[in-house]
Ligand binder design. Structure first.
Ligand SMILES: CCCCCCCCCCCCCCCC(=O)SCCNC(=O)CCNC(=O)[C@H](O)C(C)(C)COP(=O)(O)OP(=O)(O)OC[C@H]1O[C@@H](n2cnc3c(N)ncnc32)[C@H](O)[C@@H]1OP(=O)(O)O
Length: 367
């Protein structure tokens, strides 16, 4: 029985990265605190936060391009289990019920906070962790307040809206109400019917999710994606790498070189214009059209080689993005215990699936 190097790599990459990230932040605190990670950057907001979607599409495209029916059927079972676990842990336990990560948070004392003003009536510094997010949440709160009607507390509603507008530097009148009254009014208005269901709803209303043990959804999600991708890669990785090596890419090389062989001088030398009209065509009219044609041809070849022939390139690229984002999370966000609980919750399912070799031995014998 040969040593399960690949399996150990799949199972140990995320825990090792978590430890590595925490060691980095322990030994280089000052350097790393200066890291201004933008939560709303394209990597986090477009890719990581919608990671299960991207991973599903690219993962399945690889399985369909490299696999066969037997592999696809077993991959579908594993994928379905992981998708259900992803959904109930991060999206919703059931219709109208918060996901497990939020239930853990609220049952350990966490809540959706609306302490907008401090005791001096200024914006509370600990309301959201950046000015941009604070202002964005104030706009959301103001928008909600503007669209509600209430019989009682009409006066407090108006004062809340005017104080928040003032804080947004929209229209500033003299403040008449106590900040505590405003905070209590907003909290009562937003959480009056039922305690807010989860972090997503809290965030959409402009609240700030604070207080409890908050298992890291990022660590959970990225662990699930890395283990799923590496786990399935084991089935078709060899075939994919053979195909990658076997293919010739001379066509792509020629097209890419043509992109540089299109200056007006080159055209004049190659086309040797006989009169003014063909001179103007060669020097000024043709080049833009030739460039566009060559670029479209080049991109077409890239898409054919990467998306159609070797989608493993897309999967490896996603894995690189997930690993990098995981490292950032382990350095900058959450306490170690919150990161660890996010990891362990992912391991409850993905670890068992990809530890059991019976999925793969059966396929290996069939191949
Ligand atoms: C053969 C047949 C085939 C059949 C097969 C077909 C296949 C084809 C099916 C396709 C379909 C599949 C089904 C998928 C469908 C969807 O995936 S749809 C997209 C769903 N995603 C969403 O709606 C995003 C909702 N958000 C979330 O789920 C959660 O935010 C996440 C992503 C789980 C993260 O949870 P979280 O608790 O916010 O994360 P946490 O670690 O606590 O982070 C705390 C804060 O630190 C920030 N942070 C943490 N780490 C980082 C970092 N590294 N960098 C920056 N910021 C960070 C976070 O952004 C967060 O700040 P906020 O932005 O929340 O204020």
């Amino acid at each position: 029985m040969k040593f399960p190097y690949y399996k150990l790599c799949v199972l140990l990459l995320c825990p090792a990265t978590l430890v590595f990230g925490n060691l980095l932040s322990f030994f280089f605190p000052n350097h790393l605190q200066s890291l201004q990670i933008n939560k709303d950057g394209w990597l986090n907001s477009i890719f990581v936060k919608n990671g299960w979607f991207w991973n599903s599409i690219v993962g399945w495209w690889c399985i369909l391009r490299y696999g066969d029916f037997q592999i696809n059927r077993q991959s579908l079972i594993r994928y379905s289990i992981l998708t259900i676990w992803w959904y109930i842990f991060t999206q919703a336990l059931w219709f109208g019920i918060a996901p497990i990560m939020d239930l853990v948070f609220t049952y350990t004392g966490g809540h959706c906070d609306f302490t907008v003003f401090d005791s001096n009536g200024n914006l509370a510094d600990d309301f959201h962790d950046s000015i941009a997010r604070r202002l964005k949440s104030l706009k959301r709160i103001l928008f909600t307040l503007k669209n509600i009607t209430m019989e009682n507390d009409e006066d407090l509603l108006k004062k809340s809206m005017s104080d928040i507008s003032c804080a947004l530097n929209e229209k500033c009148f003299n403040r008449t109400s106590s900040p505590q009254d405003i905070n209590n009014f907003i909290r009562k208005t937003f959480a009056q019917d039922a305690p807010l269901l989860g972090s997503a709803q809290c965030r959409s209303l402009g609240g700030y999710w604070i207080g409890g043990h908050d298992p890291s959804g990022h660590v959970f999600l990225i662990t699930l994606m890395i283990m799923y991708s590496f786990g399935e890669l084991r089935l078709f990785g060899g075939k994919a790498l053979q195909r990658l090596k076997k293919k010739k890419y001379t066509g792509l090389l020629i097209t890419s070189l043509k992109l540089f062989d299109n200056g007006p001088i080159w055209n004049l030398i190659n086309n040797k214009p006989k009169n003014i009209k063909s001179f103007l065509m060669s020097a000024f009219i043709l080049p833009p059209f030739t460039v566009v044609k060559d670029i479209v041809k080049f991109l077409g070849q890239i898409l054919k080689i990467v998306v159609w022939q070797n989608p493993i390139i897309l999967l490896i690229s996603l894995l690189g993005m997930w690993w990098w984002s995981f490292l950032i999370t382990s350095i900058v966000f959450h306490t170690f215990t919150e990161q660890l609980s996010g990891l362990l919750f992912a391991y409850i399912v993905a670890g068992i699936i990809y530890w059991n070799d019976h999925w793969f031995i059966h396929n290996a014998m069939n191949q």
